[in-house]
Design a protein. Structure first.
Length: 271
C-alpha cells in the first residue's frame, strides 16, 4: 500500500504538495476510525450498566413511598389482622325533633319527638346489632315503636372507626298506631368517610321490603346522612333522618302514606 502511494506521488510533478497533504489526511482518518468505534462501544456499555444500577437501587424515599402505599391498600381490606381489631363493641343513644306527615284516610301533620339507641358487636368484618326507636307526638301518647335486629358485613375498611363500606340486612318489628303490628325485612348500605383524622361523614340507606299487617300492605325507605366528630372512643354526630312508609289499606286500596323526617343528635361509644 505504501509502495503504491510512493510511486503515485513521484509521478505528480508540481502537484506533489497538494497530493501529500491529502494522503496524510486519509491516513489519519483510517487510523482514527477504529478508535471512535471503540469509544462508542465503551460509552454504550457504561450507560447500560448505569441503567441496571438505577433499576436495582434502594433508597429511603422509595421505602417510605412503598410503605405508605401498602398502608392505604390495607385500609380497604375488610379486615386485616395487623391493623383491624377482631372484637368491637358499639353503644349508641340518640334523639331529636321530627316532622310527621300523613295522607290518605286520616290526614295529619304534627311534630314528633324521637328517641332511641342500640348496641352492635363486631367479630372482624361481621357484626350483629339490636336497636329500638320510639316516635312520640309531643306531649301525647306514643305513636309507634320500632325494634330491629341487623346483620352487618363490612366489605371495605379495617374497623368501624375508619373509612368503611358495610352491607346491612335484617328485620324491623313495628308497633304502629294506625298500621298495627307488623315485621319488615330490610337491606341496605352504611358508609363512613373520614375527611380529617377526627371528623367525617356518615350515610345510610335501607329499603324496607313489602309486608302486610292486618289492615295494610306496607313498604318504604329509611335513610340518614350527616357529620360526626370523635374524641378517643366517643363519637358525637348530627344527622338528617327520614323514614318513609308507602301503605295501602287492604280492604279499600286507599293509600295511607307516612313520612317522618328531621334531625337526630346522638353519641356513640366504641370499645
Amino acid at each position: 500500500m505504501l509502495a503504491f502511494l510512493q510511486s503515485y506521488y513521484d509521478r505528480q510533478g508540481p502537484n506533489k504538495g497538494f497530493i501529500l497533504s491529502m494522503m496524510l489526511w486519509l491516513i489519519l482518518l483510517i487510523l482514527q476510525t477504529p478508535t471512535a468505534l471503540a469509544q462508542d462501544s465503551v460509552y454504550e456499555s457504561v450507560v447500560t450498566r448505569h441503567q441496571k444500577k438505577v433499576k436495582s437501587r434502594w433508597s429511603l424515599e422509595d421505602w417510605f413511598s412503598l410503605k405508605k402505599k401498602r398502608q392505604a391498600q390495607d385500609q380497604w381490606l375488610s379486615w386485616n389482622r395487623k391493623r383491624g381489631p377482631f372484637f368491637e363493641l358499639l353503644v349508641d343513644v340518640h334523639g331529636g325533633g321530627h316532622d310527621f306527615n300523613r295522607d290518605g284516610t286520616d290526614v295529619k301533620k304534627e311534630d314528633f319527638v324521637v328517641a332511641g339507641g342500640g348496641v352492635q358487636i363486631f367479630f372482624g368484618p361481621v357484626g350483629i346489632g339490636i336497636g329500638r326507636d320510639q316516635y312520640k307526638i309531643k306531649e301525647k301518647e306514643q305513636y309507634s315503636q320500632r325494634d330491629e335486629g341487623t346483620l352487618l358485613l363490612r366489605l371495605a375498611g379495617s374497623s368501624t372507626q375508619t373509612t368503611h363500606f358495610t352491607l346491612q340486612g335484617g328485620v324491623m318489628k313495628y308497633e304502629h298506631k294506625y298500621y298495627g303490628d307488623y315485621d319488615h325485612k330490610f337491606y341496605g348500605v352504611l358508609s363512613n368517610l373520614y375527611i380529617f383524622r377526627h371528623m367525617g361523614l356518615e350515610g345510610q340507606y335501607r329499603v324496607k321490603a313489602s309486608t302486610d299487617s292486618e289492615t295494610h300492605e306496607i313498604e318504604g325507605e329509611d335513610y340518614h346522612w350527616g357529620a360526626f366528630w370523635e374524641l378517643s372512643i366517643l363519637r358525637v354526630y348530627l344527622l338528617y333522618h327520614q323514614d318513609f312508609s308507602r301503605a295501602k289499606r287492604i280492604s279499600t286500596g286507599v293509600k295511607d302514606n307516612e313520612r317522618v323526617n328531621g334531625t337526630v343528635f346522638g353519641a356513640r361509644l366504641y370499645f
